[in-house]
Design a protein around this ligand. Structure first.
Ligand SMILES: [Ca+2]
Length: 417
């Protein structure tokens, strides 16, 4: 899969590629050589920007001279899953008994380090373990891609060139400071690195040398990695007074339209009859919270507090933030969700969601572009339609919704009733 481009020094590779282009006979060779020349030219531009941004000439020249274009990275960047992931699939794959018990063991094993990180950053140990567990299964898999190769490939692709050029320059600065050698700088295909999968720009800004060996090493030093995770969360406003949120129970006849992202004071949720997962009244705290029903009204409900947004600053996904919070709770000793998400909901294909969007659009409900993605606008349109049809307005595309719209979801997975 890897398309290996030239290993020649940058200065000469462009000229050489052009010579080759002239000599090329088949159309395929010409195309390949032209893209090689484009890549070499792109790297020359990045070299100049990197040096202007403070990277040493030596690092910029030597690292970029050995860069290889990795076609697989572009494929991964452009691939869109055919099916949406259900909340049950997402959560059960990430928060399982093996991971919880390993997290509990590691809580004991690294208690001193974790206490130190909590003292310095305010982030409790269970959350640090949760991020570590979700990102790399507690350090067991960092990703095997060359970070400079991946970032250069993405930087020279037009789609998100500016962002990845910045990340590549940050990676060069990390090599420059001696944190890691270029050969050891491995990570995910998108450039996330080490125990807690920091992108290079996050590394530069927030990584710390917690074991005082003179290097910020997020691959080989757990002290550095967990302290850096704590510092990053602290910088985004982690509030040590509060939890991430919590699972809640909703009373019969609850108006699910309130789960549309609006923030209400905890006291108002309390007056609406919302309780904690054990049926106890919510605390009279002066904080605001939003209600989330990630699997619709048949699944669990959560109130999200301020730290939920901090978690989403790490990874902008509501499922991810719930997984971090729930795994942290489980590691700290809590039991299973009171309402586990139903596992028999269909995995909807993008085509089916597109059909749903088009059908709602034809009926006058604005879903935005029919792109096959369940974004906030589509959910709002679903909610409007559900209200109009006297369905439970949770904004969730369940079998009742498809039936009401006359869309056949032809799946073996649904066996309600
Ligand atoms: Ca260190």
């Amino acid at each position: 899969m890897h398309q290996r481009f030239s290993r020649f020094p940058l200065v000469t590779s462009l000229a050489l590629a052009m010579t080759l282009a002239t000599a090329a006979t088949s159309a395929e060779e010409t195309e390949k050589t032209t893209s090689e020349a484009g890549f070499a030219e792109c790297l020359t531009g990045i070299e100049q920007k990197a040096v202007a941004a403070g990277v040493s000439q030596n690092t910029a020249t030597t690292v970029l001279a050995d860069i290889e274009h990795v076609e697989r990275v572009i494929e991964l960047d452009q691939s869109q899953p055919e099916f949406t992931t259900t909340f049950a699939d997402y959560l059960n794959r990430r928060v399982n008994e093996a991971r919880i018990s390993q997290g509990r063991e590691l809580l004991e094993e690294h208690r001193n380090l974790l206490n130190r990180v909590t003292r310095e950053t305010g982030v409790p140990a269970a959350y640090l373990l949760s991020f570590w567990g979700l990102e790399t299964n507690f350090g067991s898999y960092f990703g095997k891609m060359s970070v400079p190769d991946s970032l250069a490939t993405l930087a020279c692709d037009p789609r998100r060139s500016t962002y990845f050029t910045g990340e590549l320059i940050s990676a060069l600065k990390i090599i420059d400071e001696g944190a890691i050698t270029v050969d050891q700088m491995e990570g995910s295909w998108a450039g996330a690195m080490g125990h807690v999968q920091f992108m290079p720009s996050v590394f530069l800004k927030h990584a710390v040398d917690a074991d005082n060996d003179g290097k910020r090493d997020l691959w080989n030093s757990l002290d550095d990695a967990l302290m850096s995770a704590g510092k990053f969360l602290q910088s985004m406003g982690w509030d040590s007074e509060y939890r991430w949120g919590r699972e809640v129970l909703l009373p019969d006849g609850f108006d699910y339209a309130l789960a549309d992202g609006r923030k209400l004071p905890l006291g108002e949720w309390r007056e609406l009859g919302v309780t904690d997962a054990f049926g106890n009244a919510l605390a009279r705290e002066d904080i605001s919270a939003a209600l989330v029903v990630p699997a619709g009204h048949k699944g669990p409900a959560f109130l999200r507090y301020k730290n939920f947004n901090v978690i989403m600053g790490w990874n902008r996904s509501e499922f991810y933030a719930i997984a971090v919070g729930h795994l942290a709770d489980r590691i700290a000793g809590a039991g299973e969700l009171r309402n586990p998400p139903p596992t028999d909901t269909p995995n909807l294909s993008r085509n089916k969601i597109q059909e749903l969007q088009e059908t709602l659009g034809q009926k006058g409900f604005k879903t935005g572009k029919a792109d096959g993605i369940l974004g906030p606008t589509t959910r709002a349109a679903i909610r409007d339609y559900q209200q109009r049809r006297d369905l439970i307005a949770d904004g969730y595309p369940d079998t009742e919704l498809f039936a009401a719209l006359g869309i056949n979801i032809e799946t073996a997975a649904s066996n309600d009733g």
